[in-house]
Design a binder for this molecule. Sequence first.
Ligand code: ADP
Length: 270
Amino acid sequence: DSTLRLHVRVARLGTRFVLLLAEDRTEAHRLDEVRRDFVANISHELKTPIASVSLLAEALDQAADEPEQVRRFAGRLSVEATRLAHITSEVIELSRLQARDALRPDRLVRVDKVIAAAVDQNRVVAGGKQVEVAVRASTKAEVYGDQALLIVAVHNLIANAIAYSNPGGRVGVGAKVDGDVVEIAVTDQGIGIEADELERVFERFYRVDQARSRNTGGSGLGLSIVKHTVQNHGGDVRVWSQPGRGSTFMIRLPRAEAAIEPGSDDGRAT
Ligand code: ADP
């Protein structure tokens, strides 16, 4: 009787082990696919600017004795070089984020400081496009995390809001505490996003309108970086949009006080 029980237990454990192995292999397979896609995407994305650079170099060579042409081609070369540098640094950033497990962040980061830095970094571009960026509400609440990464995430949302606004448009940035969560929202009155595209904008290299995005210098990686950063911080990112009316992107992060001192008197209703 006890041998039978033992057999059953061993069989059960065996099944569980095989299932675990199978799950592991599926996950490994999925990651492998993700990696292969990523490399294919990168090669594709880099091909266009690299081709432009070699064409422009050739054109420069042929226009050697026409200073006006030389200046024009040199200017375009510089634009393409900047784009290549931008894509490369985003690819590196994203692969770093993807390679890392969920952060076990031990640093307290003040949300209002993240927002101020991200807004500041976008000031010049906003001014150039005559888009007004205003911080409507802020909070001194803290989250656990990596300040530099969080600034990049909020920066990307603001940069997009400006890029997809019409000249003269307004971008609002706000943050507030909602229970155990800190919400950071970036709202624009720009071109908006169609409902069936909303899910996809967080995918790597995904752009709603390839040509238009290319003109705005986008790589299609910005939101993917936002998503991974926020997920690594134990949060999520949401989007609401109306084509022609504008969009709101919201980052939600676990609030630090709530994480370390459950039930402590921190001014919240219990
Ligand atoms: P990109 O570098 O092209 O901006 P992102 O990953 O940041 O890449 O965004 C992906 C796509 O989502 C963009 O190409 C754009 O089509 C769309 N998008 C992102 N933010 C906005 C926004 N605020 N308003 C309208 N469309 C947006």
